[in-house]
Design a binder for this molecule. Structure first.
Ligand SMILES: Nc1ncnc2c1ncn2[C@@H]1O[C@H](COP(=O)(O)OP(=O)(O)OP(=O)(O)O)[C@@H](O)[C@H]1O
Ligand SMILES: [Mg+2]
Length: 262
């Protein structure tokens, strides 16, 4: 299997003395065509990792390659092979869906002669073709999320990063977006990197997951492998065991006792 994303002791530290280790010597590999989930509690370093891998911020030390291109040396190439749905992206509400995608296409240097067809195909794939000329301000949150994912795909990158793609969505919109992600993974053959703390989303969509805690990768593998590694029964328990302190372990023990008594 071809490794498409590879990080080498990737680190990003914040604070005066670098005391906040947002990402700390991360070593991670993502294979071509897989859907990989980076899972971790709030503040674990997921968004920072994604921002590093998309050349939005520079590492304190270490590096990473995407499709063989180095984030420190080949920024232009890296940006060409990656698309990003950011955690809190901006959207131009006064543009129509079509205009927004046209704008994003220009930003990513998509050739003018192929852009209209690309936009049409994306709008059809996302089921938004009939709304293409309506202003985005009138779109629901789920529809906006779909347009933002379409925008991340406008330059047809092989790798798509999705930072919390469903966390703000209701169950119906979330289902819509999850189906779309599956379609992108299966029919379009994209390599997808999802950050989330919503366990069922990751369980449903991802071939492999990595668990990050305080900037460090603490587990990696399939859901079953991670459950086996931790000697737990569910991903939820594994997650709490791996990322939690003493209190969380007590909580688990209490829950187990409760179910044993029930
Ligand atoms: N620009 C910044 N300046 C200072 N500290 C930062 C900055 N960006 C991130 N951090 C810190 O780095 C750590 C990791 O943050 P990050 O946003 O990567 O976490 P996350 O896993 O995405 O969390 P969440 O699930 O809440 O989105 C946190 O302690 C955060 O406060
Ligand atoms: Mg985040």
């Amino acid at each position: 299997m071809k490794v498409l994303i590879s990080t080498d002791k990737l680190s990003k530290h914040y604070g005066k003395g670098g005391e906040i280790k947002a990402v700390d010597e991360l070593d991670l590999e993502v294979y071509e065509g897989e859907t990989f989930g980076l899972l971790g509690p709030n503040g674990a370093g997921k968004t920072t990792t994604v921002r590093l891998l998309n050349c939005i911020i520079k590492p304190t030390s270490g590096t990473a390659t995407l499709n063989g291109d180095d984030i420190l040396k080949d920024e232009t190439e890296v940006k060409r092979v990656t698309g990003l749905l950011a955690e809190s992206p901006g959207l131009y509400e006064k543009l129509s869906a079509y205009e927004f995608l046209e704008f994003m296409g220009a930003l990513y240097d998509v050739p003018k002669d192929i852009l209209p067809e690309r936009i049409d195909n994306l709008l059809k794939l996302f089921g938004l073709h009939d709304r293409r000329d309506y202003l985005l301000e009138g779109y629901s949150r789920g529809m906006k999320q779909k347009i933002l994912i379409a925008a991340a795909l406008i330059h047809d990158p092989p790798i798509l990063f999705l930072d919390e793609p469903t966390s703000m969505l209701d169950p119906r919109a979330s289902l819509m977006v999850k189906d779309l992600i599956k379609k992108l993974a299966n029919s379009a053959g994209k390599t997808i990197f999802i950050c989330s703390h919503i366990l069922p989303v990751v369980e449903e969509l991802c071939d492999r997951i990595g668990i990050i805690n305080q900037g460090r990768l603490v587990a990696v593998g399939t859901v079953d492998e991670i459950i086996a590694q931790t000697g737990t029964k569910t991903l939820e328990e594994a997650f709490i065991t791996i990322t939690g302190g003493v209190e969380e372990k007590e909580l688990l023990a209490w829950r187990e006792q409760k179910s044993a008594n029930a």
